[in-house]
Design a protein around this ligand. Structure first.
Ligand code: PMP
Length: 420
């Protein structure tokens, strides 16, 4: 049994009934596909339930129009739905309201928005930005490069042998020079769940802001941005049953208010003359140009879908599968698993089989219909630290089962035999 009704959930995702194994020239199931899909690459992107796909199709079939500028009925309908989608997202993470939720393309764009709009204006050679050694490139490369442009020093909180942040080191690094702390909530490589509330307190004690990368946490557990006291929190729709091309940046209203826009153009202005311009209210000040309207509306539908399941139950399911996968992988004496123990992690497991390159492993298990990821998972410096170029990663979501993890284990066992 499971904390959620996995069978009912699976029925909402027709893609899970796909067969794979044929040629990949034509997307979608082909005549040569003969193996049931076992999709364990959810940390990269999750699937989209019918309700969300229908929302997109209803938009294009029923009320496709540009938002904000139109008086005509379709434009008003689209505007209402698009704006209300911000309210749904705001509620989901405990924000005060739509003024604190900027729709972005994804987590990466949210990181860049803050780094450019806030970082370039606020940072100088006297400042430091504190990251962790387990940051995704979305945060690591962004702040590293903004550091180079502004002269701000970039510091990295150490990851210990168990894959957890060394909080004593964090307390040393976060000091009066620190202007920004940017940390990942749930690591997409180690599965570590970081104490973001504690880090927020440390940052605020030194008048620094904290940016929390919620790309892996918002899809998989209840999030309350006010309780953790994040100044910024970012996440992507496509990892939580929504479409690609849409994500959100939460920012405290007072902070967003003080920031200059990141992109200029239509939709984000109030009054323009040849000499100057003034900005629209939050959050529109940060949403220049025609936004991803269908995707924004569908993002809200995805969130409603998850809320119907209940985020506590989603988290319990994730933890159950992570622990099961961890335990099953430890049956192999030549498998190294990265990150904290199975009973203390988010819903993913990255590992290596001794003597088998992660890419080979992932390609062999693909022959069994099992989709996992191989590579550095956008955490190259962390992989350098782990002493490996790549790892294999299985990541779980609401529709995954223990039987699918068993399929992964069988495929891994065969891959080991092949290379033995
Ligand atoms: N941060 C983390 C922790 C992630 O796992 C990802 C996605 N792999 C990102 C940021 C970037 O997300 P996106 O590609 O949707 O911008």
């Amino acid at each position: 049994s499971y904390p959620i009704d996995v069978e009912a959930i699976r029925a909402d995702f027709p893609i899970l009934d796909r067969l794979v194994g044929g040629d990949v020239e034509t997307p979608g199931q082909g005549p040569d596909d003969d193996t049931p899909l076992c999709y364990l690459d959810n940390a990269a992107t999750s699937h989209t339930p019918d309700r969300v796909v229908d929302t997109i199709s209803e938009y294009y079939r029923g009320y496709n129009a540009n938002v904000h500028r139109g008086i005509h009925q379709l434009s008003q309908e689209a505007s209402v739905a698009y704006e209300e989608a911000h309210d749904t997202v705001a509620d989901f993470v405990g924000a005060a309201g739509r003024e604190e939720i900027v729709f972005t393309k994804n987590t990466t764009e949210a990181e860049n928005l803050v780094a450019y709009a806030w970082g370039l204006a606020e940072l100088g050679p006297e400042d430091s930005v504190v990251l962790s050694e387990m940051e995704h490139h979305a945060s690591l490369v962004t702040w590293q490069q903004i550091g180079k442009r502004t002269g701000a020093e970039v510091r990295y909180i150490r990851v210990d042998d168990d894959g957890r942040l060394d909080m004593d080191h964090a307390a040393e690094l976060i000091d009066d020079s620190t202007a920004m702390v940017s940390v990942v909530h749930v690591s997409n490589t180690l599965g570590t769940v970081n104490p973001v509330g504690e880090l927020a307190d440390m940052a605020h004690d030194h008048d620094a802001l904290i940016f929390v990368d919620g790309a892996q946490s918002a899809p998989t557990r209840p999030v309350d941005v006010k309780a953790m006291d994040a100044d910024f929190f970012a996440f992507s729709g496509h990892k939580m049953c929504g479409p690609t091309g849409i994500g959100a940046l939460y920012g405290k209203e007072s902070t967003l208010d003080e920031m200059q826009p990141y992109l200029y153009g239509g939709d984000m202005i109030r009054r323009v003359t040849y000499d100057d311009a003034t900005w629209e209210d939050l959050p529109w000040k940060f949403e220049a140009g025609t936004p991803s309207i269908a995707q924004g509306i569908a993002f809200a539908a995805a969130i409603e879908y998850l809320e119907d399941i209940g985020m506590d139950a989603v988290q319990a399911h994730e933890e159950l599968l992570a622990e099961y996968a961890y335990d099953r992988l430890t049956e192999f004496d030549d498998v190294e698993i990265y990150g904290p123990p199975g009973d203390d992690r988010g819903g993913l497991v990255a590992f290596n089989v001794d003597g088998v390159h992660a890419h080979d492993l992932s390609s062999i298990v693909n022959d069994y219909g099992v989709a996992i990821r191989a590579g550095d998972h956008c955490t190259q410096p962390l992989h350098d630290k782990l002493g490996v170029a790549a790892s294999a990663r299985a990541s779980f979501y609401i529709y995954n089962t223990r039987e699918e993890i068993d399929r992964l284990i069988d495929a891994v066992a065969d891959a080991r035999d092949l290379f033995a």
